[in-house]
Design a protein around this ligand. Structure first.
Ligand code: GLU
Length: 316
């Protein structure tokens, strides 16, 4: 096994991959591989309503088609499996138990409407800050309410500013109590929260380098706090620009004509990788490339830090 970074692909198999997923996956692959590292593939399929095994198989096929090969995980398995989050519930339960023993977990009975109505400020990214309404419930009150409604579980956060240096974007700080509030560990329907699952898994899978879209930058302080509480060593984080449509919207799975199947019906995999690398500042000519051929010139300094509006002609 090499001593380089362990990076990861962590797609949610709820549809075909789109340009934004591919862009961050390409950078994750280049960052780890150019430093002699490896890639783990983990399928983030906690939302069992939306994620399917068929989509997961398609995601693997999509990565392969582009030449983004991984070293461990996915349906091929490996030493730190299972690699499907839907099969890792026992690990999340153990982490929850540890946090519970520290006295940091409490049940929350707030309905969606109550959460929205609470006067807590809204963050710039549209997420609400939990008001703390259920924080002070006594055990008796909680037991009484639990008779009629199954609670979500939240982590009590301290008055604490979490500060970290993003490998690409530099210093980032967040006041946990003021800007985030007590956050979810498990939803009232029993689904594990992303924040808990991602930390438990990156920790257990030995991931040392997380490269992902900058929409997740503001999740990182919560995750760093969980790393600390669970006694895990955090990875390095690199947040990459989001790809935007001409009208300024973030590209998403809804942009069907930029899903991988549509793209590959119009261009070869090399052409697509070359265009993504152009957006990443790594292929000035924009010609066809394989991921492998980009390795010698990979440098985070060349990668833009601001979100990127994708010129339509590049992928049409
Ligand atoms: N599963 C998440 C997504 O597809 C990524 C989570 C992460 O990279 O931490 O958006």
């Amino acid at each position: 096994m090499s001593g380089g970074p362990v990076g990861r692909f962590a797609p949610s198999p709820s549809g075909r991959m789109h340009l934004g997923n591919l862009f961050s996956s390409l950078l994750a692959w280049l960052s780890a591989k150019s430093a002699g590292g490896r890639i783990v593939l983990r399928l983030e399929d906690l939302d069992t309503q939306r994620c399917t095994r068929a989509f997961a198989a398609q995601v693997e096929a999509d990565y392969r088609a582009l030449g983004l090969l991984w070293n461990e995980g996915g349906s091929g398995g490996g030493p730190n499996g299972p690699y499907f989050q839907s099969e890792r519930g026992e690990r999340y339960a153990a982490a929850l138990e540890r946090l519970r023993r520290m006295g940091l977990v409490y049940p929350c009975f707030c309905t969606r409407a109550q959460l929205h109505a609470a006067s807590a400020p809204h963050r710039e990214d549209g997420q609400t800050v939990y008001s703390g309404a259920c924080r002070a419930l006594t055990a008796q009150e909680a037991a009484l309410r639990a008779r009629t409604r199954s609670p979500a579980l939240r982590l009590r956060v301290p008055e604490k500013t979490v500060l970290f240096t993003d490998g690409h974007l530099g210093l980032y700080a967040e006041d946990l109590a003021r800007e985030c509030g007590d956050f979810l560990l498990r939803r009232s329907d029993g689904l594990w929260a992303y924040q808990l699952a991602v930390v438990v898994d990156d920790g257990a899978m030995g991931v040392t380098q997380v490269v992902r879209g900058s929409d997740l930058l503001s999740s990182t302080p919560r995750q760093l706090y969980l790393y600390e509480l669970l006694g895990l060593t955090p990875p390095e984080f690199y947040h990459v620009p989001l790809l935007l449509a001409a009208d300024g919207r973030r590209l998403s799975k809804r942009d069907g004509d930029l899903s991988l199947d549509a793209l590959l019906s119009r261009m070869t995999a090399e052409k697509l990788v070359g265009r993504l690398a152009l957006l990443a500042g790594l292929n000035p000519g924009g010609g066809p490339r394989t991921p492998e051929s980009l390795l010698p010139d990979f440098d985070w300094e060349k990668v833009p830090r601001r979100d990127i509006t994708v010129p339509e002609r590049l992928f049409s």
